[in-house]
Design a protein around this ligand. Structure first.
Ligand code: EPZ
Length: 424
């Protein structure tokens, strides 16, 4: 199995280009199921999760040409509507094919995603929305079996009692081909949702309230969509935030290119509070560490966009370990997203957990050690800590990192980090 060996304590410098957003690319790829024409996609991140979803579409019968950051996906040849356990078990986001398969083909079976390291992550909101649109849903043998009413799904008013990115995306895709108007109340507002809405709108679907908590969609009444232009995936705000944290924790000046500044505002506010400063030039941003090299403590409560993202909680915790005072970090979205705490403590951090709040007490130094990656963002927090730690850190189970960070090792090496991928 591969592992990463990081020699900590080096200053970083230079420029890193931010890749396309995994979490935007996934729903965009799922949305190609709404079309029977080829869809061109650009700026795809080169990560395992993208390849997993493309493989699922291929199993469903789609014709996929994928090379580097570009793909052409033709779902005109789809001849199966069963999303098999073998793929869904690898990646929960496979559930995103549920809405588009059901609205285009009137019936589908999608394996229930199983357990997850960061929390229970039920899919009740996805299913409830489809039921409001007329679907009959049965769960049998580990699969969700969904059937649309005679003539197809119909519009309806869906009030989510919790904000969910995935449920909003599935509902948008189902509503795009439904008969009549669908209203989503308490919709997610993440930039990834906005990209999906813009893609649907470019294919002629009328959508109001994009980027707000109330979205109204006029369905095509069963007519498959035609996406006229290449879809260019938006920059990955979580990857950008992770590199900003790399700058902060190693007290380095680095520049990020291809960033949507508005999407990372909540992270910039926190880093500024910790004493970092920034220079912004269009879609580039340079982070400068505090002049005296001393980071201040930070208090964070994770929230839905535009609040502070749960996907950045672990990375900021790594940075906070080396701040001057005690930081408090509260996780509000996922009940179990603290697996990195004990691994960070193995590197010399002093973090105490009570319920969903972590108290991060300052330490003077982190020390290299053997640690284990547990989920995608927890893994990147360990990489950050290792970059600042004295000595050598070996991080195992890095397949988690490969799922969502495009060429992490190459990008960090280019910035001057000592990071090697080894095999045992
Ligand atoms: C998306 O997951 C992201 N994944 C996650 O990124 C991210 O952490 C999460 O949104 C929150 O921002 C993708 O976009 C592919 P949710 P998603 O539905 O859609 C509860 C990463 O590291 N909920 O918004 O699955 C749920 O348990 C990842 O890249 C229900 O109760 O998240 C959670 O507490 C991991 N019932 C909250 O809502 C449901 O039916 C938000 O989850 C659905 C969700």
């Amino acid at each position: 199995m591969d592992y990463l060996e990081i020699e900590g304590g080096r200053r970083l410098s230079g420029t890193v280009r931010i890749s396309g957003a995994k979490n935007s690319a996934l729903p965009v790829i799922a949305a190609t199921l709404l079309s029977d024409h080829p869809v061109v996609m650009e700026n795809l991140p080169d990560v395992v999760d993208i390849r997993t979803l493309l493989k699922l579409l291929t199993i469903l019968g789609a014709n996929v040409e994928h090379e580097g950051n570009r793909a052409v996906i033709d779902c005109g040849s789809v001849n199966s509507t069963r999303a098999v356990y073998e793929i869904v078990a690898q990646m929960r986001a496979s559930i995103l094919v549920l809405g588009p398969l059901l609205s285009r083909f009137g019936e589908c079976e999608v394996s229930l995603p199983g357990g997850c390291a960061i929390g229970q992550r039920p899919i009740d909101l996805h299913l409830k929305a489809l039921e409001v649109m007329g679907a009959t849903i049965e769960i049998k043998g580990g699969y969700v079996h969904a059937i649309a009413p005679e003539g197809g799904l119909h519009g309806g008013t869906i009030v989510f009692d919790k904000v969910s990115v995935g449920a909003t995306e599935n509902t948008l895709m189902a509503a795009a081909l439904a008969h009549g108007t669908t209203k989503i109340v308490n919709a997610a507002r993440e930039p990834e949702i906005v990209q999906l809405c813009q893609m649907l709108a470019a294919a002629g679907v009328s959508i109001d309230g994009v980027g707000t908590g109330r979205i109204t969609i006029e369905g095509t009444g069963g007519k498959a969509l035609r996406f006229p232009d290449p879809v260019r995936i938006i920059p990955d705000r979580i990857e950008a935030g992770t590199y900003l944290c790399a700058g902060a924790i190693t007290r380095s000046t680095i520049t990020l290119e291809d960033v949507e500044i508005e999407h990372i505002q909540s992270m910039l506010d926190k880093l500024e509070g910790m004493g970092c400063s920034f220079e912004i030039d269009g879609n580039s941003i340079t982070i400068f560490p505090p002049e005296d090299g001393r980071l201040k403590e930070v208090n964070i409560v994770t929230a839905e966009y535009p609040g502070f993202p749960t996907d950045m909680q672990a990375q900021f915790m790594a940075v906070a370990t080396l701040a001057e005072g005690e930081s408090l970090i509260e996780e509000r979205l996922f009940e179990n997203r603290f697996m990195h705490v004990s691994e960070l403590n193995r590197l010399g951090a002093d973090i105490w957990l009570k319920g969903n709040v972590a108290a991060v007490r300052p330490v003077d130094e982190l020390y290299g050690a053997d640690v284990m990656a547990t989920d995608l963002r927890a893994s990147s927090a360990l990489v950050l800590a290792a970059l600042a730690a004295r000595g050598t850190t070996r991080i195992r189970r890095i397949y988690h990192l490969d799922r969502g960070y495009d060429d992490l090792q190459g990008k960090l090496s280019k910035l001057g980090a000592s990071i090697t991928r080894l095999h045992e």
